[in-house]
Design a protein around this ligand. Structure first.
Ligand code: CTP
Ligand code: MG
Length: 236
Protein backbone atom coordinates (compact mmCIF):
# COMPACT_ATOMS: atom_id res chain seq x y z
CA UNK A 1 0.00 0.00 0.00
CA UNK A 2 1.27 3.45 -0.87
CA UNK A 3 1.34 6.08 1.88
CA UNK A 4 0.88 9.78 1.04
CA UNK A 5 1.42 12.63 3.46
CA UNK A 6 -1.20 15.39 3.25
CA UNK A 7 -0.20 18.68 4.89
CA UNK A 8 -3.00 21.23 5.38
CA UNK A 9 -1.25 24.61 5.35
CA UNK A 10 -3.97 26.94 4.13
CA UNK A 11 -4.84 28.50 7.50
CA UNK A 12 -4.31 32.15 8.41
CA UNK A 13 -3.00 31.71 11.95
CA UNK A 14 -5.46 34.20 13.43
CA UNK A 15 -4.95 33.16 17.04
CA UNK A 16 -1.19 33.54 16.65
CA UNK A 17 -1.66 37.02 15.26
CA UNK A 18 1.66 37.40 13.41
CA UNK A 19 1.98 39.36 10.18
CA UNK A 20 2.12 36.11 8.22
CA UNK A 21 0.52 32.68 8.59
CA UNK A 22 2.23 30.79 11.43
CA UNK A 23 3.39 27.92 9.18
CA UNK A 24 5.84 30.38 7.60
CA UNK A 25 7.24 31.85 10.81
CA UNK A 26 10.95 31.31 11.45
CA UNK A 27 11.72 28.55 13.97
CA UNK A 28 15.39 27.92 14.75
CA UNK A 29 16.46 29.42 11.44
CA UNK A 30 13.98 27.66 9.16
CA UNK A 31 10.31 28.07 8.40
CA UNK A 32 7.97 26.19 10.70
CA UNK A 33 6.44 24.14 7.87
CA UNK A 34 9.84 22.96 6.63
CA UNK A 35 10.27 20.60 9.61
CA UNK A 36 7.40 18.30 8.68
CA UNK A 37 8.14 18.55 4.95
CA UNK A 38 11.77 17.48 5.58
CA UNK A 39 10.62 14.63 7.80
CA UNK A 40 8.22 13.31 5.14
CA UNK A 41 10.80 13.75 2.37
CA UNK A 42 13.32 11.74 4.39
CA UNK A 43 10.88 9.03 5.53
CA UNK A 44 11.32 5.99 3.28
CA UNK A 45 7.78 4.78 3.84
CA UNK A 46 6.16 7.97 2.58
CA UNK A 47 5.62 7.80 -1.19
CA UNK A 48 4.55 11.38 -1.87
CA UNK A 49 3.45 14.63 -0.26
CA UNK A 50 0.65 17.06 -1.05
CA UNK A 51 0.48 20.45 0.63
CA UNK A 52 -2.78 22.46 0.72
CA UNK A 53 -2.03 26.17 0.36
CA UNK A 54 -4.24 29.24 0.66
CA UNK A 55 -5.37 30.69 -2.66
CA UNK A 56 -3.41 33.86 -1.92
CA UNK A 57 -0.29 32.09 -0.57
CA UNK A 58 2.87 34.09 -1.31
CA UNK A 59 5.42 32.17 0.73
CA UNK A 60 5.50 28.54 -0.36
CA UNK A 61 7.24 29.18 -3.68
CA UNK A 62 10.33 30.61 -1.97
CA UNK A 63 10.87 27.69 0.35
CA UNK A 64 9.61 24.84 -1.81
CA UNK A 65 12.40 22.21 -1.94
CA UNK A 66 13.93 21.96 -5.40
CA UNK A 67 14.20 18.53 -7.04
CA UNK A 68 12.56 16.63 -4.14
CA UNK A 69 13.27 12.91 -3.95
CA UNK A 70 9.55 12.07 -4.23
CA UNK A 71 6.43 13.74 -5.63
CA UNK A 72 5.71 17.00 -3.79
CA UNK A 73 2.41 18.45 -5.01
CA UNK A 74 0.29 21.41 -4.00
CA UNK A 75 -3.46 21.92 -3.82
CA UNK A 76 -5.53 25.05 -3.28
CA UNK A 77 -7.06 24.77 0.18
CA UNK A 78 -10.52 25.85 1.27
CA UNK A 79 -12.21 27.84 3.99
CA UNK A 80 -11.93 25.06 6.60
CA UNK A 81 -9.29 22.51 7.43
CA UNK A 82 -11.62 19.77 6.17
CA UNK A 83 -12.09 21.59 2.85
CA UNK A 84 -8.31 21.99 2.52
CA UNK A 85 -7.71 18.29 3.16
CA UNK A 86 -10.48 17.34 0.74
CA UNK A 87 -8.89 19.52 -1.97
CA UNK A 88 -5.52 17.85 -1.35
CA UNK A 89 -7.11 14.40 -1.67
CA UNK A 90 -8.63 15.51 -4.98
CA UNK A 91 -5.16 16.31 -6.33
CA UNK A 92 -3.85 12.78 -5.67
CA UNK A 93 -7.06 10.90 -6.58
CA UNK A 94 -5.71 9.65 -9.89
CA UNK A 95 -2.37 8.56 -8.37
CA UNK A 96 -3.64 6.40 -5.50
CA UNK A 97 -5.85 3.36 -4.97
CA UNK A 98 -8.86 3.48 -2.66
CA UNK A 99 -7.05 1.38 -0.05
CA UNK A 100 -3.82 3.37 -0.08
CA UNK A 101 -3.07 5.36 3.04
CA UNK A 102 -3.12 9.08 3.58
CA UNK A 103 -1.45 10.53 6.60
CA UNK A 104 -2.81 14.02 7.33
CA UNK A 105 -0.45 16.20 9.35
CA UNK A 106 -0.90 19.84 10.47
CA UNK A 107 1.72 22.16 9.03
CA UNK A 108 1.60 23.79 12.47
CA UNK A 109 3.10 20.71 14.23
CA UNK A 110 6.85 20.95 13.56
CA UNK A 111 7.96 18.57 16.33
CA UNK A 112 6.59 15.23 15.08
CA UNK A 113 9.26 12.67 15.95
CA UNK A 114 10.39 10.19 13.32
CA UNK A 115 9.87 7.42 15.90
CA UNK A 116 6.21 8.38 16.40
CA UNK A 117 5.66 8.52 12.64
CA UNK A 118 7.13 5.01 12.35
CA UNK A 119 5.10 3.78 15.30
CA UNK A 120 1.86 5.11 13.82
CA UNK A 121 2.50 3.41 10.48
CA UNK A 122 3.61 0.14 12.12
CA UNK A 123 0.50 0.02 14.31
CA UNK A 124 -2.01 0.87 11.60
CA UNK A 125 -0.76 -0.57 8.34
CA UNK A 126 -2.85 -3.74 8.66
CA UNK A 127 -5.89 -1.94 10.11
CA UNK A 128 -9.11 -1.76 8.10
CA UNK A 129 -9.79 1.88 8.93
CA UNK A 130 -6.82 3.67 10.45
CA UNK A 131 -6.31 5.94 13.42
CA UNK A 132 -4.57 8.89 14.95
CA UNK A 133 -1.62 9.87 17.06
CA UNK A 134 -2.94 11.08 20.41
CA UNK A 135 -2.04 11.56 24.08
CA UNK A 136 -4.03 10.75 27.24
CA UNK A 137 -5.24 14.01 28.82
CA UNK A 138 -3.09 14.93 31.81
CA UNK A 139 -4.84 18.00 33.24
CA UNK A 140 -7.96 17.97 35.39
CA UNK A 141 -10.77 19.13 33.14
CA UNK A 142 -13.43 21.71 34.07
CA UNK A 143 -16.64 22.56 32.26
CA UNK A 144 -17.41 26.30 32.35
CA UNK A 145 -20.85 27.68 33.13
CA UNK A 146 -20.74 30.65 30.75
CA UNK A 147 -19.71 33.10 33.48
CA UNK A 148 -16.15 31.77 33.84
CA UNK A 149 -17.08 29.66 36.82
CA UNK A 150 -16.72 25.93 37.13
CA UNK A 151 -19.97 24.11 36.52
CA UNK A 152 -18.45 20.65 36.75
CA UNK A 153 -15.28 18.59 36.75
CA UNK A 154 -15.14 16.27 33.78
CA UNK A 155 -13.77 12.78 34.43
CA UNK A 156 -10.59 12.61 32.34
CA UNK A 157 -10.46 8.85 32.54
CA UNK A 158 -10.46 7.58 28.94
CA UNK A 159 -10.05 11.06 27.42
CA UNK A 160 -7.35 11.65 24.82
CA UNK A 161 -6.10 14.78 23.09
CA UNK A 162 -6.05 14.22 19.33
CA UNK A 163 -2.87 15.07 17.44
CA UNK A 164 -1.69 14.50 13.91
CA UNK A 165 -0.72 12.58 11.80
CA UNK A 166 -4.14 11.03 11.28
CA UNK A 167 -3.82 7.99 9.03
CA UNK A 168 -6.76 6.67 7.03
CA UNK A 169 -7.55 4.76 3.86
CA UNK A 170 -7.82 7.21 0.97
CA UNK A 171 -11.26 6.08 -0.24
CA UNK A 172 -12.92 5.99 3.19
CA UNK A 173 -11.49 9.33 4.26
CA UNK A 174 -12.38 11.14 1.06
CA UNK A 175 -15.98 9.91 1.25
CA UNK A 176 -16.31 10.73 4.96
CA UNK A 177 -14.88 14.26 4.55
CA UNK A 178 -16.97 15.05 1.48
CA UNK A 179 -20.14 13.85 3.18
CA UNK A 180 -19.45 16.03 6.23
CA UNK A 181 -18.66 19.02 3.99
CA UNK A 182 -21.82 18.67 1.90
CA UNK A 183 -23.94 18.23 5.04
CA UNK A 184 -22.38 21.43 6.43
CA UNK A 185 -21.31 19.58 9.60
CA UNK A 186 -18.07 21.09 10.96
CA UNK A 187 -15.39 18.45 11.54
CA UNK A 188 -12.25 19.65 13.24
CA UNK A 189 -10.12 16.64 12.35
CA UNK A 190 -10.18 13.68 9.99
CA UNK A 191 -11.07 11.27 12.79
CA UNK A 192 -14.26 13.24 13.47
CA UNK A 193 -15.33 12.83 9.85
CA UNK A 194 -14.60 9.10 10.10
CA UNK A 195 -16.53 8.80 13.38
CA UNK A 196 -19.47 10.57 11.76
CA UNK A 197 -19.35 7.93 9.01
CA UNK A 198 -19.60 5.19 11.64
CA UNK A 199 -15.95 4.16 12.03
CA UNK A 200 -13.91 3.93 15.22
CA UNK A 201 -10.39 5.20 14.55
CA UNK A 202 -7.63 3.61 16.59
CA UNK A 203 -5.76 5.71 19.18
CA UNK A 204 -1.97 5.42 19.01
CA UNK A 205 -0.17 6.95 22.00
CA UNK A 206 2.52 9.48 21.03
CA UNK A 207 5.79 8.95 22.90
CA UNK A 208 7.34 12.35 22.11
CA UNK A 209 5.85 15.80 22.56
CA UNK A 210 4.07 16.92 19.40
CA UNK A 211 2.57 20.34 20.23
CA UNK A 212 0.60 22.42 17.73
CA UNK A 213 1.82 25.98 17.39
CA UNK A 214 -1.29 28.06 18.02
CA UNK A 215 -0.15 31.09 20.06
CA UNK A 216 3.23 32.86 20.38
CA UNK A 217 4.24 30.97 23.55
CA UNK A 218 3.98 27.69 21.67
CA UNK A 219 7.03 28.64 19.58
CA UNK A 220 9.21 28.51 22.68
CA UNK A 221 7.87 25.06 23.49
CA UNK A 222 8.40 23.88 19.91
CA UNK A 223 11.99 25.12 19.97
CA UNK A 224 12.68 23.22 23.20
CA UNK A 225 11.16 20.01 21.83
CA UNK A 226 13.18 20.24 18.60
CA UNK A 227 16.34 20.66 20.66
CA UNK A 228 15.43 17.77 22.99
CA UNK A 229 14.80 15.54 19.95
CA UNK A 230 18.17 16.52 18.46
CA UNK A 231 16.56 18.09 15.38
CA UNK A 232 18.20 21.45 16.12
CA UNK A 233 21.17 22.27 18.27
CA UNK A 234 20.39 22.98 21.91
CA UNK A 235 21.13 26.54 23.04
CA UNK A 236 21.88 25.38 26.57
N1 CTP B 1 -5.72 24.80 7.84
C1 CTP B 1 -5.96 24.66 6.48
N2 CTP B 1 -7.05 25.29 5.91
C2 CTP B 1 -7.87 26.03 6.66
C3 CTP B 1 -7.65 26.17 8.06
C4 CTP B 1 -6.55 25.53 8.62
O1 CTP B 1 -5.20 24.00 5.78
N3 CTP B 1 -8.90 26.65 6.07
C5 CTP B 1 -4.52 24.17 8.42
C6 CTP B 1 -3.58 25.17 9.11
O2 CTP B 1 -2.73 25.80 8.14
C7 CTP B 1 -2.85 24.30 10.12
C8 CTP B 1 -3.85 23.18 10.43
O3 CTP B 1 -4.87 23.26 9.43
O4 CTP B 1 -1.69 23.71 9.58
C9 CTP B 1 -4.42 23.33 11.83
O5 CTP B 1 -5.21 24.51 11.92
P1 CTP B 1 -5.01 25.68 12.98
O6 CTP B 1 -3.98 25.33 13.99
O7 CTP B 1 -6.36 26.09 13.44
O8 CTP B 1 -4.34 26.82 12.07
P2 CTP B 1 -4.99 28.17 11.56
O9 CTP B 1 -6.39 27.92 11.11
O10 CTP B 1 -4.03 28.76 10.59
O11 CTP B 1 -4.97 29.06 12.90
P3 CTP B 1 -6.18 29.92 13.52
O12 CTP B 1 -7.31 28.93 13.75
O13 CTP B 1 -5.62 30.49 14.76
O14 CTP B 1 -6.53 30.95 12.49
MG1 MG C 1 -7.90 27.25 12.54
Amino acid sequence: MAIWAVVPAAGKGERFGAGLPKQYLPLCGRSLISYCIELFLAAERIDGIVVALAGDDEDWEQLEPQAPAKPLLTATGGSSRAASVSAALGVIADRVDEKDWVLVHDAARPCLARSDLEQLIDTLEDDEVGGILAAPVADTLKRADGASRVAATVDRNGLWAAQTPQMFRFGLLRKALDEALSAGTPVTDEAMAMERAGYRPRLVAARSANPKVTRPDDLVVAEAVLAANGVVESKR
